[in-house]
Design a protein around this ligand. Sequence first.
Ligand code: SF4
Length: 483
Amino acid sequence: MNGTGDGLVWLDTPAFPKAARTALADPQLRGNLRRATGTIRDKRLAVTGELGDWEQLREAGEALKRRTLRHLDRYLEELERSVTAAGGTVHWAADAEEANRIVTALVQATGEREVVKVKSMATQEIGLNEALALEGITAYETDLAELIVQLGEDRPSHILVPAIHRNRAEIREIFLNRMVPAPDPDLTDEPRALAEAARLHLRERFLRAKVAVSGANFGVAETGTVAVVESEGNGRMCLTLPQTLITVMGIEKVVPTFADLEVFLQLLPRSSTGERMNPYTSMWTGTTPGDGPQDFHLVLLDNGRTATLADTVGRQALACIRCSACLNVCPVYERTGGHAYGSVYPGPIGAVLTPQLAGVQHAASLPFASTLCGACYDACPVKINIPEVLVHLRAEVVDAQRRSRHLPTAEALAMKAAAAVLATPGRLAAAQKAAALGGRVLSRDGRIGRLPGPLHGWSDARDSPAPPAESFRSWWRKNREQS
Ligand code: SF4
């Protein structure tokens, strides 16, 4: 948490189970999400299915990320040397506060009071806009979806499409009520009209901006090249027009060589927007006299990443290339949307990344926000085994809770009782007999509508089948052992 009230974890939102219940009661939200995730999902399946070597590409991406993370220190130092040699300046930020301090000081040194921004998860993670605002500096988001979120004083709910929870009519309302100067009052909710209104709104800001802030999809250790991948061209404007460019990059975004981009630039667009190639891939290497920003700063952000790297199971989350494919296939995300996760990183990757970056105590419910169906693992272009990390983090949460309590929880007592019952065949048979008897009393037409006592939590949302009158073991004894 960065102290500005709007960083990685949103402390003013309820934990996932409560927030998810609220989201589930919103049919408009569920409709918006179903349409949007379904469309992206279908596009992704179509373009990944075209490639005969898609699985080999995924394996190559996974292997590259694993090797990079194994030698992260070496590649980061190489990146620093390459960027410096190309005329840029590298800054190291241990946490969100330090990163915000560095960026704010760099903007202040230019004498400017406003910056234009390329869509960036890292700057959202550190709450940069809020930190700049505290110093009287205005940050203008230029990505269309980020602009919608910013104008609506909303929060992002998807890694790639931050305003996925909004439909066209809602976006039109936001533009009419919040854009300065106001757009044509006859603005329709046609995508072309909305895009034109945003273009007119942003154009003037692009032309007057002297400072831009971006994130980075990749930073190449070998050459010092930084790459941003986007669809709208707004990023290209930010990366070329201003005099000063400040890039905030998570340390895990480094790749060893320029040739490695060949793999990731195939994996990323197909997995994120379902395109064979994204429309704009901007790359820059330090500064070039007379061409683009003349002052380039790269802020390398840790903010919990080194601690994550130390966890041999959890570290695979650092391989994420932020494509959002795991969100679009997740049955939980599709129904609750991103806000329920209470973090800038929602969905399956958010459920494993947020607790690790922020500490499990700040996001203890997130590792449980999953059915463990494995769809995220299948979709991930760099083969992050998200279910494995979820289970690992669940154990951490349970251990932490056990350590902080003097008395065992009802769940822990139930597990102890279950362990005792399962320990001997005699106890198991007695328990099965008792359950069959209880089932006969509670069931109607072979189903139990409501379980007694603390067990009712299980039956609140579903019926349970009545236990069979005879257990398999007893049936076996009667019918097979005699023959
Ligand atoms: S975890 Fe994998 S699928 Fe999810 S956003 Fe990251 S790279 Fe994409």
